[in-house]
Design a protein around this ligand. Structure first.
Ligand code: KIV
Length: 272
C-alpha cells in the first residue's frame, strides 16, 4: 500500500483548513530523520512533525527538555528534504521561545530559514502571547499545543491526563480561542478528556489534532516509533500499535550475527 490520498499535491496550512471544512480527518506522525520521513510521506501521511519527542525516542532522555534549537534544526532539515507531499512542522524546543519575544522570533526564523520546514509548533497559550504574536507577524505559521505540554512536566510532576478539573478545562478553552484569534493555523491537544477535545474542535475553525484526546477532533498524531512498535516500554491507553518492528529487527539482526559467526555471510555471490 502506498499513498492513501488520491491528492498528491503538497499539503499546506490552507489545505489543512479545507480538510477540516469538508470533514476529512488529518493524519499526522512524527519523524526525525530522512529515511523514516520518506516512508511516512510516501505512505500518505498529511503532516510530519519533527517533534521534540526525539529527546525520548532518539536520545534516550526521560523528558523533552534537553533538546536544543541546533538539534531540532539538524533533524528538521533531514525531514524537510524527504517530504514530497506532507506538511512539515518543527517543534520549537524548550528554552527557544519562552524567555521573551525577541528570542522566540529569532529562534522561529532560524528554524524556517535553515530547515525549509513549513510551520513551527510551540506549547502554551496566553502566557506566551507576545512570542506568538511576534512569530506570526514575521509570517511564520504556528501550530499551537495545549493540554499535556511535556515541556512543563516539572511543573505538573506527572504525565497524567490534563484538564479534568473545570478550572483547567476553562483555561484550555480560552487559550484555544486565543491561539485561533492570534492567527495560529492549527492546534494539537494532548491527553485531555475526549469530550473537552471535541468541544474545542467544534468551537474552533482551525484544525484540532489530538493525541490521547479521543475521536471527536479533526485529526490524530502519534509518535511513529511508538505506533510501529520500535519502542516497547511505553504503552498509554491512547497508543495503537500497528506493527512490532522491534521484534522484526531483533530477529533480522540476530540472524545476521549468527551468519557472521558461522561464516555463512558473505557467500560467493556476495563478494567481488
Ligand atoms: O514532540 C512530539 O512528538 C509531540 C507530539 C506528541 C504531539 O509534540
Amino acid at each position: 500500500m502506498s499513498v492513501h490520498s488520491e491528492d498528491t499535491r503538497k499539503v499546506t496550512t490552507y489545505r489543512l483548513m479545507e480538510m477540516k471544512k469538508r470533514g476529512e480527518k488529518i493524519s499526522m506522525l512524527t519523524a526525525y530523520d530522512y529515511t523514516m520521513a520518506s516512508i511516512v510521506d510516501q505512505a500518505g501521511t498529511d503532516v510530519i512533525l519533527v517533534g521534540d519527542s526525539a529527546s525520548n525516542v532518539m536520545c534516550g532522555n526521560t523528558t523533552t527538555l534537553p533538546m536544543t534549537l541546533d538539534q531540532m534544526i539538524f533533524m528538521g532539515k533531514s525531514v524537510a528534504k524527504a517530504a514530497q507531499r506532507a506538511l512539515v512542522v518543527v517543534d520549537m524546543p524548550f528554552g527557544s521561545y519562552q524567555g521573551n519575544a525577541d528570542i522566540a522570533v529569532a529562534s522561529a526564523i532560524r528554524v524556517m530559514k535553515e530547515t525549509y520546514a513549513d510551520c513551527i509548533k510551540l506549547e502554551g497559550g496566553k502566557e506566551i502571547a507576545e512570542s506568538i504574536t511576534r512569530i506570526l507577524t514575521a509570517g511564520i505559521p504556528i501550530m499551537g499545543h495545549l493540554g499535556l505540554m511535556p515541556q512543563s512536566i516539572n511543573k505538573y510532576g506527572s504525565y497524567t491526563v490534563r484538564a479534568k478539573e473545570e478550572a483547567e478545562a476553562e483555561k484550555l478553552i480560552s487559550d484555544a480561542h486565543f491561539l485561533e484569534d492570534a492567527g495560529c493555523c492549527s492546534l494539537v491537544l494532548e491527553k485531555i478528556p475526549a469530550k473537552l477535545a471535541e468541544q474545542v474542535a467544534k468551537e474552533l475553525k482551525i484544525p484540532v489534532i489530538g493525541i490521547g484526546a479521543g475521536g471527536g477532533v479533526d485529526g490524530q498524531v502519534l509518535v511513529v516509533h511508538d505506533m510501529l512498535g520500535l519502542t516497547k516500554g511505553f504503552s498509554p491507553r491512547f497508543l495503537r500499535r500497528y506493527a512490532s518492528l522491534a521484534d522484526v529487527m531483533n530477529d533480522a539482526i540476530a540472524s545476521y550475527v549468527a551468519d557472521v559467526k558461522s561464516a555463512d555471510f558473505p557467500n560467493e555471490n556476495e563478494q567481488y
